[in-house]
Design a protein around this ligand. Sequence first.
Ligand code: NAP
Length: 276
Amino acid sequence: MRAWRDATREESGLRLAVIGKPVAQSLSPKMQSAALRELGVAGSYEAFEVEPEELRDCLSHLADCGFRGVNVTIPYKSPVAALCELEGSEAIETGCVNTVQFGEKWVGRNTDVAGFLHPIRTWPPGEALLIGAGGAAEAAAYALLTSGWSVSLWNRTAERAEELARRFSRFGSIQALVTPEEASADLVVSAIPAPGEENLFPVRFETLSRSAAIYDLAYAEGGTRLTRWAIEAGRRVVDGREMLVEQGALALEWWTGLTAPRPVMRAAIGLPPQEI
Ligand code: NAP
């Protein structure tokens, strides 16, 4: 992975990247590079680690070098939103941007909301327990509430959960919990990093109803520890790579005007080419 300052104007083709910190674990470069190859578009999709105080300089530099746009990951979705003209209710209402297109203005969209909903779009709305209150949790909360789910929210830092619940109460039924086990959930969404590591996932499966499904937004090739546990426990599971593909496909379609080759993108990150 090279440094963003090493990008130059001399490089040709459609130039794209994901920025964040940390970013080395992102599967986006693998997935989007496979998509560009499949589409026959000459170009590149890189990953750049950025320090918080460099964010504006990094975006200016990439725009000056001729990048078409960037994806934005942890922890910059809200700071980047503040630097962009926002397009779409998802970006405006969440104040989080995961996709930027450079031009005369920097335009920011949020494709995480649609990406999150895609794998559960046919599920009847019910009660969701959402763990976390960061950028991914905001996208998930907005998506769930605006599609009729009621949301109980728990976060390590309780004040952030309370603040998010207050801000989003205009979209539907949302409450912050003191302990996650107060909830009776049809769907548990984990929006914290690596929830299976060091027992970070705060809910015991035994406290959930048998039919409750687990949706882990964190992802890894081969699945996360949480998704593996949940499968072993006989749970219905949604893998975070499903969301990754859809948010990435929508970003690519915006940047290129072409239909994203979803089966190729899925296969590139270890998912079956067709949705199950
Ligand atoms: P973020 O804005 O930095 O928020 C992180 C959240 O995780 C906060 O709620 C934080 O709680 C919590 N957290 C962090 N470390 C924790 C720990 N040790 N124990 C308990 N809680 C902890 O990050 P984000 O953008 O929301 O991303 C969260 C996860 O979702 C990441 O793994 C990211 O890769 C994934 N994600 C996946 C997709 C996808 O397409 N599948 C899209 C977006 C994000 P505090 O408030 O207490 O700090």
